[in-house]
Design a protein around this ligand. Structure first.
Ligand SMILES: Nc1nc2c(ncn2[C@@H]2O[C@H](COP(=O)(O)OP(=O)(O)O)[C@@H](O)[C@H]2O)c(=O)[nH]1
Ligand SMILES: [Mg+2]
Length: 656
């Protein structure tokens, strides 16, 4: 059998009684009809702190509808059954998974996912986790609704004191006001709920502020202890849900999500507005405990409006919500006349003062919010998968570019392609230079016979020593690596830009790529290579002349030939005597040098020089690639995160 104090929150099965036209009392569901009365001694109109309702906070007893056979388990902490501990731990784990999810990449739908994540984290921190930790903590009722609905007036009227500024100038309520019984100070002074709002304890209403649509985020929560409310339930006068100021709207929604109970205020003139109904729809979807106040109703429209609103509430799954109708009236000193506010006041006191009623309200909202978690977690898991897909696409572009660029550069460094332009001109100059030929061996026929024919078009610079070839070769090597690095990076960036999220990523973090200065590293790498090759050639020359009286070959000449041989591996294979092109002349020159230094030393100097060059270029290219990949890792989105979110959500489901 239901007690007389049964909470007037029904399960939505019953129709709202639309009542008599002149009935200004609360409209309650049939099952609780007739129970609206001050619970005698326990609930005086002006609550006396000491007797005003139970302030003892007993461990909540399992709600009858959900009660399972309680197995005796001596090891349990009293008041914290394992099930609740498991549930708390599971929600904490889910929170951690969601908080650490990377949603940085601007893939489609990410904005919605980020909003969802923000909202969910707020609700977990502001409401769900605190409620799970302290199921018996006082309730928080949020007075919400649209601009000018009379929320602040209602708040002030409930406690019969001006705690919140009301008025025609908008917006009047910025930092929200939380009114609580002094006994409940501990529950609200601490950062237990709404931890991101700093507590302000000044009781004076905030000064009137000019409207600033770009006003910064509100960070304060003004606490007003007042014994006009019963212990056990606090009320917050929230900012307007349709405020001009975005941060106010956000805060209004955040507060509604933090509430155990919504007291939704709308007026006769405004109750058809879309925004309140959208929020009410969400409340119904999530099973949040809701009470509705229809304010400022012209007496002649009372009956029609009430029927209409009651029907509308029922159609939207809120048939069980208590409906309070307040007729239009003059305010007295800013307050609604006591008799008009009394039904709501009494109902609030009754819920606040009754352990069971409180727990019904708290559990209902708790259940609703817990029930909403799988769907919300799934949305984030899907968003995480979209991140992985986007990340992989960008990664694939790097792979595609470097898979081509790397072998192409490494081959071009040694396949003779560098033997063009300045290098080729110098080589031809050298081949045509008699001094060079003489220096080689004093046996002019070996070169003049073999290469003379190919040199007919060479620019002959008489009386002038040809420049050493290591300079143009190293310059050419440097230019080739530089061009390959730049074009690979450019290719990757262009490919990334073709994805909208890649383009957004570059706008945000592109400087990490473009700011790189490769010049000094590049120059050092090529210089070290040149020095290494020179010293290997010098050693080979020294080894060759050691112990012989042969005038041999001078080191500079050998170096000139060997630097060209190093970048032209065709000379390894050129067995024929064709000297019709540069490859032929290089092969010929190489054979002559080998005649002095030995075939094997020449082969090994050339092989070492090429291996060293290729490895240095590969390192530079790989470093460039890593740099691009690091940019992707900074928006890291590991696979497996979606699965972890889903598992965490399943554990919450299993524990609830
Ligand atoms: N006549 C009359 N004026 C009201 C009533 N409720 C609110 N107001 C006035 O309407 C304006 C907006 O009220 P306020 O409480 O600030 O609305 P809020 O934006 O929802 O907080 C103020 O000027 C109030 O004095 C009422 O029941 N009757
Ligand atoms: Mg207000």
């Amino acid at each position: 059998m239901r007690s007389a104090n049964e909470a007037p929150v029904n399960d939505g099965r019953d129709e709202v009684e639309v009542g008599q036209p002149n009935d200004l009392q609360v409209v309650l569901p049939p099952e609780t009809r007739g129970t609206v009365r001050p619970p005698a001694a326990a609930m005086p109109v002006r609550a006396e702190p000491v007797q005003a309702g139970p302030v003892r906070r007993e461990p909540v007893r399992p709600e009858s509808s959900r009660a399972e056979p309680v197995r005796p388990e001596p090891s349990r902490v009293p008041g914290a059954p394992n099930r609740e501990v498991d549930l708390l731990a599971a929600v904490e784990r889910l929170r951690m998974q969601i908080a650490t999810l990377s949603l940085t990449l601007d893939v489609p739908e990410v904005a919605a996912a980020r909003r969802e994540r923000e909202g969910l984290l707020s609700q977990l921190d502001d409401y769900l986790l605190p409620r799970l930790r302290r199921r018996d903590a006082p309730l928080l009722a949020v007075i919400g609704g649209s601009t000018g609905a009379g929320k602040s007036t209602l708040t002030n009227s409930l406690v019969r004191r001006t705690v919140s500024r009301s008025g025609v100038l908008r917006p009047t309520t910025r930092s929200p006001v939380l009114v609580h019984h002094p006994f409940d100070s501990g529950a609200f002074l601490s950062q237990r709920i709404l931890p991101r709002l700093t507590r302000v304890t000044s009781e004076a209403p905030e000064p009137l502020q000019p409207i600033d649509p770009n006003a910064p985020r509100i960070t304060g929560l003004r606490l007003v202890p007042h014994d006009g409310l019963a212990p056990g339930m606090a009320i917050i006068d929230a900012p307007d849900i349709d405020s001009l100021v975005e941060t106010n709207r956000d805060l209004a929604v955040q507060l509604l999500q933090a509430a155990d109970l919504w007291i939704f205020v709308t007026t006769a003139a405004r109750y058809a507005d879309a925004m309140p109904w959208e929020l009410l729809r969400q409340a119904a979807d999530r099973g949040v405990a809701v009470a509705v106040v229809l304010d400022r109703v012209p007496p002649e429209a009372l009956a029609d409006l009430r029927v209409h609103l009651a029907t509308r509430l029922r159609d939207r799954g809120l048939g069980g919500a208590p409906l309070f109708v307040i007729p239009e009236t003059e305010t007295v000193g800013g307050f609604l006349p006591e008799p008009l506010i009394a039904p709501l006041q009494l109902w609030l006191r009754r819920v606040a003062g009754d352990d069971h009623a409180r727990s019904v309200v708290a559990e209902r909202t708790l259940k609703g919010v817990l029930g909403s978690l799988p769907e919300r977690a799934e949305l984030l898991a899907v968003a995480s998968e979209a991140q992985v897909v986007g990340w992989q696409l960008l990664h694939d572009e790097v792979e595609a570019v470097f898979a081509t660029a790397r072998p192409r550069l490494l081959a071009s460094l040694v396949d003779g392609s560098l033997l063009s332009g300045e290098v080729l001109a110098r080589w031809q100059e050298l081949m045509a230079d008699e001094g060079f030929v003489r220096r080689l061996d004093g046996r002019p026929e070996s070169l003049t016979d073999r290469v003379g024919a190919a040199m007919t078009t060479a620019v002959r610079r008489d009386n002038e020593e040809a420049q050493p070839l290591d300079v143009p070769v190293t310059e050419s090597v440097t230019a080739a690596i530089r061009a390959a690095l730049r074009s690979a990076t450019e290719d990757v960036l262009n490919r990334w830009r073709r994805h909208p999220f890649g383009s957004a990523l570059l706008t945000a973090r592109g400087h990490q790529v473009t700011a790189n200065d490769i010049e000094s590293t590049l120059e050092r790498a090529v210089r070290d290579w040149r020095v290494g090759v020179s010293s290997r050639i010098a050693t080979a020359v020294e080894d060759a002349v050691a112990g012989t009286t042969d005038a041999g070959i001078d080191a500079q000449t050998a170096a000139d030939v060997m630097f060209v041989v190093a970048v032209d591996e065709r000379s390894d294979r050129s067995a024929d005597e064709s000297v019709a092109d540069s490859a032929g002349t290089v092969a010929a020159a190489r054979r002559i040098v080998a005649g002095f230094l030995g075939v094997e030393p020449v082969r090994s100097v050339a092989a070492d020089a090429r291996a060293d060059l290729v490895s240095r270029a590969a390192i530079m290219l790989d470093t460039e690639r890593r740099r691009l990949e690091r940019l992707l890792e900074s928006v890291e989105s590991r696979t497996g995160r979606a699965a972890a979110v889903r598992t965490a959500a399943e554990l919450v489901e299993a524990a609830r």
